[in-house]
Design a protein around this ligand. Structure first.
Ligand SMILES: [Cu+2]
Length: 460
């Protein structure tokens, strides 16, 4: 055969192999983009096909040109004309990160360890230290959001730890749990309210039997949940809203929007504009106000639970995954996943009063029950920062684990508090002694129970 013919056949064969190769599938399990690193040539078109039920916008973090898909539901395509390396992510679930190398190879060290392979190499790290010497009280419920269970379609389980023995005593793997992200105790202490971040439902779980007793439609990408005034407030990150649930009937009383009018995606339509993407929130002690981080919109806002009106809003650096508020409602704060900038707002004068760098990639920023400190999980530093809640000075930073994410507090048996810190990419929970401000120990998890995000101590 002539050399030219062979070359042509090879080219046809290559094109045949290339065409489906320019597709990236989006799924609801790690590493979310299949493949997470794709090589193409200038002029090639790449198609993202969303296999999941909720939206995953494609936004560039860095690259020769920037683009943003908006809230597409099924397919999004982009033609890459400028050569170079493109780093993109999902602004709703920011650990979803992928790369397109256009006529250039993607440098290995640019790809985050969790996007490279799953489970990541950190999952094999040995637990760094012993169990806490002093027992805690009650139980710790942990959302192992990435855990895969054979026969269960969606990722995620809820792991229950006995805080007196530090042993895992149960695991909830109901088939309906879909990327369980954040959880809260009902006011009567009988139920756990569990969000399913890659779905449209909130699960109500019986605290004692661990059975899922109700599965309620709330809307796109329910992220965090808190309670106040007999209600549960659930942020709908993909639908730009807050669903208000009655704790007696578990019906959705109403859903108010964090953008004017109805969100187009709530009706199942795609739309081009990015939303506010409300994610993590926190309420005052009297339950009259809560503060929320608008992850996609790059701001924080304080809402009245009585009028459902926004009483304060301020810009933040990109990707604030949460905003907290002091028990007395005097101060609110938010930290940026992208820059580590921690901003504090005086809600009386309605202005920013302080800012500082808290560390790399902060996520939850939870005030301690005694009001003394705010613990900030630093997913990028694998650490947790302790911030003084009166002066808003950074007190110290303690090691936690890869993907440090969530914080919650539970009592020590002899009095005082422990903080429990979840870590997405290692199988343990870090325990901080809030009197000594030191690591008290580590709670090992089953090796597959990765993805630790929402964490809740139940001790009443
Ligand atoms: Cu997403």
């Amino acid at each position: 055969m002539e050399k030219r013919v062979i070359a042509l056949l090879c080219l046809i064969a290559l094109l045949g192999a290339c065409a489906p190769g320019n597709k990236i599938l989006i799924k609801n399990e790690a590493p979310w983009y299949f493949p997470s690193v794709l090589q193409v040539e200038p002029g090639d078109t790449v198609v993202w096909e969303n296999m999941d039920v909720v939206v995953h916008p494609v936004n560039t973090l860095s690259g020769p040109e920037k683009f943003s898909s908006g809230h597409f539901t099924k397919n999004f395509e982009h033609t890459f004309n400028e050569p170079g390396v493109y780093h993109y992510f999902c602004p709703v679930h920011p650990y979803m990160q992928g790369f397109v190398g256009v006529g250039e190879e993607v440098p290995e060290d640019l790809v985050p360890y969790w996007a490279k392979q799953y489970p990541p190499e950190t999952a094999l790290e040995p637990v760094p230290g012993p169990l806490p010497a002093e027992p805690g009280v009650g139980e710790i419920w942990l959302d192992a959001q990435f855990e895969k269970v054979p026969g269960k379609e969606y990722a995620g389980t809820v792991v229950i730890i006995d805080a007196e023995t530090w042993q895992v005593k149960d695991k909830i793997d109901d088939k309906r749990l879909n990327n369980p992200h954040n959880l809260w105790l009902s006011d009567d202490g009988n139920s756990i309210i569990q969000t399913n971040w890659f779905d449209r439902y909130v699960s109500i779980i019986d605290r004692y039997s661990g059975l899922l007793i109700k599965h309620i439609y709330v809307g796109e990408s329910p992220a965090h949940v808190i309670t106040a005034n007999g209600k549960a407030y659930v942020t709908l990150q993909g639908a730009d809203g807050i669903a208000v649930l009655d704790q007696t009937t578990w019906n959705v009383d109403e859903t108010f929007r964090t953008v004017p009018g109805e969100h187009a995606h709530a009706t199942g339509e795609a739309h081009a504009e990015p939303g506010t993407g409300p994610h993590g929130h926190w309420a005052t002690a009297d339950g009259k106000f809560f503060s929320v981080g608008n992850t996609e919109g790059g701001s924080m806002a304080v809402w009245s639970t009585e009028t459902h009106e926004k009483v304060f809003e301020h810009e933040t650096d990109p990707l604030p995954l949460m905003s907290g508020i002091s028990a007395d409602g005097k101060y609110a704060w938010a930290a940026s996943l992208a820059t580590g900038r921690f901003q504090v707002f005086d809600l009386e004068s309605k202005s920013q009063m302080k800012e500082f760098n808290v560390g790399k990639a902060p996520i939850q920023q939870i005030p301690s029950p005694d009001g003394k400190y705010i613990l900030v999980a630093l997913t990028g530093d694998r650490a947790v920062a302790i911030v003084d809640a009166q002066t808003f000075d950074l007190v110290k930073t303690l090691p936690s684990g890869a993907g440090a994410h969530g914080v919650y507090y539970g009592p020590k048996q002899s009095g005082g508090w422990y903080a429990y810190v979840s870590n997405k990419f290692v199988p343990w929970v870090t325990v901080i002694d809030m009197d000594a401000l030191e690591v008290a120990g580590y709670i090992p998890l089953p090796k597959d129970s990765l993805g630790g995000q929402g964490i809740l101590a139940i001790y009443e």
